[in-house]
Design a protein. Structure first.
Length: 242
């Protein structure tokens, strides 16, 4: 009886051991399978992300390279495409005019303006008035204008004292040789119905002069211009007024 019970216990223990061993193996296999499954998912995610960033990097690199090439294309690649520096300038030759060919009208040039600091004298029309300005105790300029009511608005003539280093001959089209100086000028200019002409007077001294006429109306300007030439010729300066 005891022997039979002992064998029965042994058989029961063997079955329990086999069952426990089988369960242990199953759990280990299940653990390994779960581990492999999740590990595989992790690798797949890593591969997808790696591929994404690799593609993004390539696209960025390509875009950057294209941008550099586009900017490079904006610049000339051939030296001939760059504008060459102009080494020489061409100007129209200045035309010399004889004062004898100029129509000068001395009618009613009865008044004479005189100034002692530069010994300047110049005639101006009857019925005109003037105002002069000094700078550092020397004549800086004098302005004459019609005050007789004949013109509306009145024309004016301005004589300005300038430094001789302001003279640039190539800016002028015409030149006249007078007794004590040279006169340089261009064609009259028009702006909003007003006509003006500036004559640069080259004296050979430290001070040069500019004589300017401004008048409204083309007909009025060209009618008065002969008198303007006569006023220019009357200009005197230096050690002796007359």
């Amino acid at each position: 009886m005891n022997k039979q019970d002992s064998e029965t216990d042994n058989i029961f223990e063997n079955k329990n051991w086999i069952r426990n061993f089988s369960i242990s193996i199953f759990l280990h296999l299940l653990f390994v399978a779960v581990f492999v499954f999740f590990y595989g998912m992790k690798d797949d995610r890593g591969k997808i992300n790696s591929l994404f960033f690799t593609i993004d990097t390539k696209e960025f690199s390509t875009t950057k390279q294209d941008l550099v090439e586009e900017r490079h294309d904006d610049y000339p690649t051939n030296e001939q495409e760059f504008p060459k520096e102009q080494t020489s300038e061409t100007f129209d030759e200045i035309k010399t005019i004889s004062f004898s060919d100029i129509v000068a009208d001395t009618t009613n040039l009865d008044q004479v303006y005189t100034e002692p600091t530069l010994n300047v004298s110049i005639k101006y029309p009857k019925g005109w008035t003037f105002i002069d300005q000094n700078k550092k105790k020397k004549l800086d300029g004098v302005t004459f204008w019609a005050s007789d009511g004949i013109y509306n608005p009145p024309p004016y003539i301005h004589l300005e004292v300038v430094s001789n280093d302001m003279f640039i001959e190539k800016r002028f089209s015409y030149k006249m040789e007078l007794e004590k100086y040279q006169a340089f000028y261009n064609e009259p200019e028009e702006m909003q119905g007003y006509f003006s002409q500036i004559i640069y007077i080259r004296t050979g001294n430290d001070e040069d002069f500019r004589l300017k006429l401004m008048m409204k109306g083309k007909t009025e300007f060209y009618t008065f211009q002969p008198k303007f030439w006569a006023i220019l010729k009357s200009l005197n300066f230096g050690s002796s007024l007359f």
